[in-house]
Design a protein. Structure first.
Length: 302
């Protein structure tokens, strides 16, 4: 493909907007690592891809991706009767398709991945142990980083509430560096209703709050003590080793009083230096890893 003004190119460029993504039920995947993970998911899990576009230079540079492209060639898309479309394109065409300034020679178009609430609890469902909730998180980079961190920490589910950035925003997808294909996601939940459902399943709800009355260090220390069989003088307010749902709030406002009210504890990450506060994605990383360590150490009480 050599014409950057072709209708197909314009249709793909429209996926940079929320309206364009909603109309097609698709999103942009830019860059080698993200496209690599999209191809693996398409081949190993279920069909999600609609199309892949690659420059000659990128084709020559990424032998492993070429192998994946060959395996995916001719495979079905989620739409019945259609197969994955693949084309070599010029740099000019790729630039016209991409939202980023440097798409690094390859773009894929994927169908959205959202699960439903019916997929979360029950027989043959996810039944998550660790959940990250983005509560009105609006910065695409923060949202993508939290999703990536959730993936690295072994979280089973990432949720967003209304008012959060679309996880299919191109900047968010790039920030996940492929992790959007590793962790189930559900957007636009009603926080109060979902929290009640989670609690009914034995999942504890924690609010990450810089002014919280519980220290994450204390919870982590208590989890280690319980794992080692050390008796504590005071029972911790929350067993960090139990199944947990973390709430992470808006960058400027944090969590509202109503959002904090659904949690069983408001947990602060100790700040030992002079920084006023932590970026939400940094706080999410610390909290999720603390939970992951406790949960995976086998100290949860069945």
């Amino acid at each position: 493909m050599e014409n950057p003004h072709a209708d197909r190119v314009k249709d793909i460029a429209n996926l940079a907007s929320r309206r364009g993504r909603a109309k097609k039920n698709q999103f942009l995947v830019e860059g080698p690592q993200a496209v690599r993970e999209a191809l693996k998911f398409h081949l190993d899990e279920r069909p999600i891809l609609d199309a892949v576009y690659i420059t000659e230079a990128a084709f020559d540079r990424h032998e492993d991706i070429v192998d994946l492209l060959e395996a995916a060639h001719g495979t079905p898309t989620p739409e019945q009767g259609r197969k994955v479309f693949m084309r070599m394109v010029t740099e000019e065409v790729l630039d016209a398709m991409a939202e980023s300034v440097t798409p690094q020679g390859i773009i894929a178009v994927s169908f959205k991945l959202d699960i439903t609430e019916a997929d979360i609890f029950g027989a043959d469902a996810i039944n998550p142990r660790l959940i990250a909730v983005l509560t009105r998180v609006q910065d695409p980079g923060n949202a993508g980083t939290i999703l990536r961190v959730a993936d690295a920490a072994g979280a089973d589910l990432v949720l967003t509430t209304k008012g959060s950035v679309d996880l299919y925003n191109p900047k968010t997808v790039r920030s996940t560096v492929g992790s959007i294909f590793h962790v189930p996601i559900l957007q636009g939940i009603d926080l109060e209703e979902f929290a009640e459902d989670a609690k009914a399943q034995g999942i504890g709800v924690l609010a990450a709050d810089g002014y919280g009355d519980v220290s994450l260090d204390d919870l982590a220390d208590a989890a280690v003590a319980q794992r080692l069989g050390i008796e504590l003088e005071r029972k911790p307010k929350f067993d960090l080793a139990q199944r947990t749902m973390w709430l992470f709030g808006n960058e400027a406002q944090g969590l509202t009083r109503e959002e904090k009210a659904v949690a069983q504890a408001k947990v602060a990450v100790p700040v030992h230096g002079s920084a006023e506060s932590l970026n939400v994605s940094t706080a999410a990383a610390i909290c999720l890893y603390a939970s992951a360590r406790a949960i995976n150490s086998g100290s949860a009480h069945e």
